[in-house]
Design a protein around this ligand. Structure first.
Ligand SMILES: *[C@@H]1O[C@H](CO)[C@@H](O)[C@H](O)[C@H]1NC(C)=O
Ligand SMILES: *[C@@H]1O[C@H](CO)[C@@H](O)[C@H](O)[C@H]1NC(C)=O
Ligand SMILES: *[C@@H]1O[C@H](CO)[C@@H](O)[C@H](O)[C@H]1NC(C)=O
Length: 574
């Protein structure tokens, strides 16, 4: 029976009506079983009706509905463009995949037009995502509820606005969709259209009284458009009735600033153009000049201070570097230093400096971004690795790496490891793997940085602060999945080394790092999950001849630090 069900499913899936009819013929008492049977295949779990609807086989759907009265409300799990949809009906699938005829058949057989998936997505929402006005219209004409939101309170109007389906947006608005509904994140349809830069949709929404409100990050649609370099949308929204002079100036500045440090939209002429417009607007009414307040010079941005007058701005017209920094300062001021979007352009600009071998400016910017991201409690493991890479590149090129910068990054690295330990402890089952990998990656990065610190010239005082961070981490006693301590890892040839510049400078086993860890109090007789001490690890080093000096130096350091030569591991070996 089960294999017969498999053939039935396959015939339905491939739209082979005669085969399907033949398979079902004379199966009278079993047809309900065969047509309700859920086949698991390549990540999908569905019945013959659902898969036929998904694949647009209207003749199969007609046969199943007319002749076999299959339940239209069967649900399954289907895949769409990499998304996995749980609890989808045949109607949802047909609507999402754009099969009008199948939609029509299902609805005329009384399929529930409001039947939602597990995440509360309706067939109408699926059609709005896909931008099929004919299907959207048909569903609405058959009493589909346009106000049902998904589990994030995201409406059909929002998804159509974001995906840029102007005709669908117009239609939904005509049907009375609420232009001012808010999703969980606080965003309205206007935010989504503005962010994606769909000018016609923005116009349509504004015509239908869409208001200029803030989302959960304190951003209006105008600011969202400015932040993402959507100049035409910004120019349109500047005319919005909710937009006062102050917001206009801010939007123009944010737009100009964003063009200065965005990989895809970089345009320094536009930066100057919009900053100039903004500055002009600040002074438009001599009796009510909108002044910039409390501007302090910012060290990370070359100790610069934002321009305050047209004269200031005109003086840097031809100075790209100054305009880049102006952009970064403006973004940080307007977006706020805890905004998630602030750090990225700073890192981008730093990378451009690094490509031009201007390492000092790069490090300043990256340190600033690292501090911002860490203050915002964000995962910084990539930021930390990026430092290990650029420091390694510098060491390799014999550029000076300052003890101060290494010390700063080590300090952030200790905090990140502390946080990643907590993330492992509190992770759900599905997060655990990622959390562990992250944690380990952070520990490896710390070792790279420690290694770099042994190649940095330091004063006694600087060395002491660096050692303090190493000491702090040793106190936390981070361990790899094999239970290896920092000392085990420093001594093991299995410790992975990142291959973007880092491996030009760092390698393990590493005698300097071993010595440094021991000096900072690393327990010399720590054991891993197999009961091995660091001494067990080094005596098994596979290059005892060609790298004899490392082997020798490490053994001496361990023994001098009090390593017990008689400790046995789990296999009872000393
Ligand atoms: C769908 O929802 C709309 C609006 O609430 C309602 O009028 C209609 O009857 C519902 N249709 C079904 C099949 O439940
Ligand atoms: C989602 O929408 C429902 C109904 O409109 C509302 O009661 C609820 O507060 C909203 N939830 C959030 C988090 O916005
Ligand atoms: C806003 O701009 C208008 C037109 O330029 C001007 O008349 C008005 O004084 C400005 N208001 C403020 C508060 O600056």
């Amino acid at each position: 029976m089960e294999s017969l069900a498999g053939y039935v499913y396959k015939a339905a899936s491939e739209g082979r009506v005669p085969t399907l009819a033949a398979l079902l013929l004379h199966q009278e008492p079993e047809t309900q079983y065969l047509l309700g049977y859920v086949t698991h295949l390549s990540g999908q779990k569905s019945t013959p009706l659902i898969i036929a609807a998904r694949n647009g086989h209207d003749k199969v759907v007609r046969l199943l509905l007319d002749h076999y009265r299959v339940d239209t409300e069967q649900t399954g799990t289907v895949r769409f463009d990499g998304y996995v949809i749980d609890g989808a009906t045949a109607l949802w699938c047909a609507a999402g995949a754009g099969h009008f005829e199948v939609v029509r058949l299902l609805v005329s057989h009384r399929a529930n037009v409001n039947h939602t998936t597990i995440t509360n997505s309706t067939p109408l929402r699926a059609a709005c995502f896909d931008g099929r006005l004919d299907i959207v219209r048909y569903l609405v004409e058959h009493a589909a509820d346009i106000s049902i939101t998904n589990k994030y309170n995201n409406t059909c109007l929002m998804i159509a606005a974001y995906k840029g389906h102007t005709d669908v947006v117009k239609f939904l608005l005509e049907q009375g969709a609420n232009a001012n509904a808010k999703a969980h994140c606080g965003a309205t349809a206007l935010h989504f259209a503005a962010e994606a830069g769909h000018l016609d949709i923005v116009k349509e929404l504004v015509r239908c009284q869409a208001a200029m409100v803030m989302n959960g990050h304190g951003m209006t649609p105008l600011k969202v458009a400015a932040e993402s370099c959507k100049a035409d949308v910004v120019e349109l929204l500047l005319q919005h009735e909710d937009c006062d002079n102050g917001s206009q100036v801010e939007a123009l500045e944010l737009l100009g600033a964003s063009f200065a440090n965005d990989r895809e939209n970089y345009d320094i002429q536009k930066t100057y153009h919009y900053l100039h417009l903004a500055m002009t607007a600040r002074y438009r009414d001599p009796a009510n000049v909108i002044v910039k307040k409390n501007l302090l010079p910012i060290e990370a941005y070359g100790g610069r201070r934002e321009c305050r007058t047209l004269g200031d701005l005109e003086a840097i017209h031809a100075d790209r570097d100054a305009l880049h920094m102006e952009g970064l300062m403006i973004r940080e001021r307007i977006l706020g230093s805890d905004n998630i979007d602030v750090a990225h352009p700073i890192i981008y600009r730093g990378a451009v400096y690094a490509d031009n071998m201007e390492f000092e400016q790069c490090i300043k910017l990256w340190l600033h971004a690292l501090h911002l991201r860490q203050r915002g409690n964000r995962n910084t493991h990539k930021d930390l690795l990026r430092f290990a890479q650029v420091f390694s590149q510098m060491v390799h090129l014999k550029e000076r790496v300052t003890a101060y910068s290494v010390e700063q990054v080590l300090s952030c690295s200790v905090l990140e490891i502390k946080r990643s330990m907590t993330r492992v402890e509190t992770a759900t089952e599905s997060e655990l793997q990622q959390a562990r990998e992250n944690y380990e990656a952070n520990v490896f990065t710390f070792l790279y940085l420690t290694c770099i610190s042994t190649k940095t010239t330091c004063s006694d005082e600087e060395r002491a602060s660096i050692n303090k961070h190493i000491y702090d981490l040793i106190q936390l006693d981070p361990r790899s999945r094999e239970g290896s301590s920092l000392l085990h890892l420093a001594i093991s040839s299995n410790t992975p080394v990142d291959d973007f510049h880092t491996n030009d400078v760092c390698s393990f086993p590493n005698a300097q790092v071993t010595k440094l860890l021991l000096d900072c109090g690393s327990p010399v007789n720590a054991i891993d999950n197999e009961g091995n001490t660091p001494l067990h690890v080094i005596v098994q080093y596979n290059r005892p001849i060609s790298d004899f000096l490392t082997l020798h130096a490490i053994i001496i350091s361990l023994v001098e630090a009090g390593a017990h030569t008689d400790m046995t591991n789990k296999q009872k070996k000393t």
